[in-house]
Write a protein that binds this ligand. Sequence first.
Ligand SMILES: NC(=O)C1=CN([C@@H]2O[C@H](COP(=O)(O)OP(=O)(O)OC[C@H]3O[C@@H](n4cnc5c(N)ncnc54)[C@H](O)[C@@H]3O)[C@@H](O)[C@H]2O)C=CC1
Ligand SMILES: O=C(O)CCC(=O)C(=O)O
Length: 410
Amino acid sequence: MSDATSFPKSEIKVLLLENIHQSAIDIFGNEGFKVETISKALPEDELVKKLEEGVHVLGIRSKTRVTRRALEAGKRLLSVGCFCIGTNQVDLEGAKASGVPVFNAPFSNTRSVAELVICEIVMLARQLGDRSREVHEGKWRKVATSSYEIRGKTLGIIGYGHIGSQVGVLAEAMGMRVVSYDIRATLPMGNNKAVDSLDALLRQSDFVTLHVPETPQTKNMIGEAELAKMKEGAYLLNLSRGTVVDLDALAQAIKSKRLGGAALDVYPEEPESNSDGFTSIVRGLPNVVLTPHIGGSTLEAQEAIGREVANVLTRFTNTGATTGAVNFPGVDLPPLVGAHRVLNVHRNVPGVLRDINRLVSERNANVIAQQLATDPTIGYLVMDLDKEVANDVRHAIAELKTSIKTRILY
Ligand SMILES: NC(=O)C1=CN([C@@H]2O[C@H](COP(=O)(O)OP(=O)(O)OC[C@H]3O[C@@H](n4cnc5c(N)ncnc54)[C@H](O)[C@@H]3O)[C@@H](O)[C@H]2O)C=CC1
Ligand SMILES: O=C(O)CCC(=O)C(=O)O
C-alpha cells in the first residue's frame, strides 16, 4: 500500500544539510515550509533517524550518502535536492522505487569549476604551490627550472560535458591546443578536436583534466597503466570525483618524476565537516596542488544553486512538476486552478491504468486534465479532478497494490 500525503504548507518539513546557501532557506521560508539546517553531512544512521522523524524535502550537497536504507526510512519523503551537479551520492534507483524524484543544479557551478581548472593549469606549469609555500616559510628560490608557459601546450579533456567544454573554451583563450575524449559524440567548441580513444588523449596531452561523473565505468579510470601512457613530465588535474583516479598510482608517478605534478580537488575519502582532519597518500608531494573540494565553492555559484534547487523542489511540492529530475519521468505542470490534483507514482506493470481508470469512473469523477509519463519501471500519473471526488479517488488509488506514492494537492 502506498503512503498517501497531503498537508498544509506549514507542516512541510525541509531538512537542509552541508551548509546550503541562505538563498534556498529564504525560498522555502517564504513559501511557509518549516526549515531545519545542519552544517555538516550526516552519516547513514543519523540520516535514517532524521528521516524517520518525518522529513518531506531533503537537501544535500556532495557528501551525504542517501542510501536505500535511508530512503526506506523516509516514509514521508517527497523529494531530494542535490544542491550541486553530481548525484552519485544518492541511490537514484532506490529513490525512484520509493517514488522520490531527485533534482540537482546541472550548471550553476560550471563556470566556477572551469575557472579553477585554468588557474591550476598555470599553477602546475609554474610550480606555484611550492614557490608560495617556500616564501611563506622564509625561503627565496627564484628559479626558472621546470617552469613553463601554457601557451601552445596541449590540454586533454576527459569528459567533454558542461564543465569540460567550458574549460576548453577558456584554455583556448590562453593559447592552448585542446583535445577531448568522451564516450558520447559532443559538439566541439572553438578549435577543440575530439579524439577517439583515451589512449590517444593521454599520449599527446601536456595537461590532462578529468570532468566525468562517478560511475562504475569511471572508477579508477586513471590508474598505473593510464599514467604510464602520459607524456614524461605531464600534469594531471582531477576536479571531478575522487574515485576516478587511483591515488596510490598517482603518488608513485609523482615520486618517480614520471609526472610533473597534479592538482586534486576531490578524494576517494573526504572529511564530513571542516572540523575533521584529512589524511591522504598525496599529502606533501612536490608540485601537487590539493584543495578541499572547492571547485564549485564560490559565492556566485552557491547563491545560484540555492535558488535553482529550492525553486524546483518548491515547484514539485506545490504542483507535482518533475521537469529536470534526474531519476524520474518528467511531467511539466501548471499551477493548480479550480480543481484538486491527484499525483500517483506506480509500478509500470500491465493493467495499472485499467485499474486506475476503473476507480475514477466508479466515482463518476470528471478528469479535467491528465498527464502520464513513464519509464520502464515506474509511471507518474497526474490527474486534475473535480474537488468533490478527488480525495475519494486519491484514497482508492493509494490502496492499489501497484501504487508506490500517492498524494493530493488542494
Ligand atoms: N569539484 C567540484 O566541486 C565539482 C565537481 N563536479 C563533478 O564534475 C562532473 C562533471 O560535471 P559536468 O561537466 O557538469 O557533467 P556533464 O554530465 O555535463 O559531463 C560529463 C561528461 O562526461 C562524459 N562521460 C561519462 N562517462 C565517461 C567515460 N567513462 N569516459 C569519458 N567520458 C565520460 C559524459 O558523456 C559527459 O559528456 C560531475 O559529475 C561532478 O562529479 C561538478 C561540479 C563541481
Ligand atoms: O560543493 C559542493 O557542494 C559539491 C560540488 C560538486 O562536487 C558538484 O557540484 O557535483
